[in-house]
Design a protein around this ligand. Structure first.
Ligand SMILES: Nc1ncnc2c1ncn2[C@@H]1O[C@H](COP(=O)(O)OP(=O)(O)OP(=O)(O)O)[C@@H](O)[C@H]1O
Length: 258
């Protein structure tokens, strides 16, 4: 579904090479796979996600979605950010319908589809509410409904639940897994939480700094549905923590000579 081969990313200015943000990252993701990306702050997790989303371009290397070079964002790759970026002047339903309108669907279909997807995330009763009246967890549900309404093949999620309290985070993780079980998207989920990665992922990709690239790629073979607190889960968490503890702290990108 997604393949990155020898990806390098630098942010240069005026033609000069800037710091090396990603160095030789290669990764293949299969259809329906749930991959978590784990790693210390600043090791390039969001940069990798943004490249797959098409928000930014690799300096070199190849990046493909279904064998086509990724040249920009597309509805087949939906993104959920850490903070729900809803339009404050639109109701919840209109926020979800917005992307469908943009894709040229008729108004009635957009409204119905929006309501249907709000129901999937338990927000249908709030369809007429405005974003400022919602809690953080509710806003994130709407953001997920908005992305799901576009029926993406890939869900790119950048620490989507990290700003929420522990109970809400766990509830939303459960709901995300139910939606994923139902629709089978490929999910790339960036997190700082070892426990979250162990609970959600089929596969955990550990990134490290200096140079920023992939250090480990660990299949998580725990059966689903998973129990958060079990000896098997604790063993996976310990193993992931060992991987992370072996990494140096990220002290910023490596400067590349111009
Ligand atoms: N637009 C940009 N211009 C220049 N440098 C950037 C840009 N975006 C990110 N960086 C740098 O790239 C490096 C990786 O950032 P990135 O956000 O991908 O890391 P991360 O692993 O997601 O970090 P965190 O876990 O803290 O969110 C950082 O050193 C950051 O300063």
């Amino acid at each position: 579904m997604i393949s990155c081969c020898g990806l390098h990313k630098t942010y240069g200015t005026n033609g000069a090479s800037g710091p090396s943000i990603l160095a030789d990252v290669s990764l293949s993701l299969s259809r329906g796979e749930f991959a978590c990306i784990l790693g210390p702050s600043g090791c390039g997790k969001t940069t990798l996600l943004n490249l797959i989303a098409g928000f930014t371009h690799p300096t070199s290397g190849s990046l493909r979605f279904r064998d086509q070079e990724i040249t920009g964002p597309g509805p087949e790759r939906g993104v959920v950010f850490q903070e729900a970026t809803l339009f404050p002047w639109l109701t919840v339903q209109k926020n979800v319908a917005f992307g469908l309108h943009q894709m040229g669907q008729p108004g009635k279909t957009c409204a119905e589809e929006a309501l249907h997807h709000l129901a999937l995330v338990g927000m249908a009763d709030h369809a007429r509410a405005y974003p400022h009246t919602l809690s953080g967890g509710m806003k994130q549900r709407v953001a997920i409904a908005r992305v799901l309404a576009l029926k993406p093949d890939v869900l790119l999620m950048d620490e989507p639940f990290s700003a929420l309290d522990a109970n809400t985070r766990e509830r939303l993780q459960d709901e995300l897994l139910k939606l994923w079980g139902r629709f089978g998207q490929t999910v790339v989920y960036v997190t700082h939480s070892v426990e979250e990665a162990a609970f959600l992922a089929d596969r955990v990709i550990v990134m490290g700094p200096s140079p920023c690239n992939i250090r480990a790629d660990k299949p998580i073979s725990l059966p689903r549905p998973r129990t958060r607190y079990s000896p098997e889960m604790e063993a996976v968490v310990r193993d992931l923590r060992r991987e992370l503890n072996a990494l140096p702290c990220c002290i910023g990108p490596t400067r590349v000579d111009a």
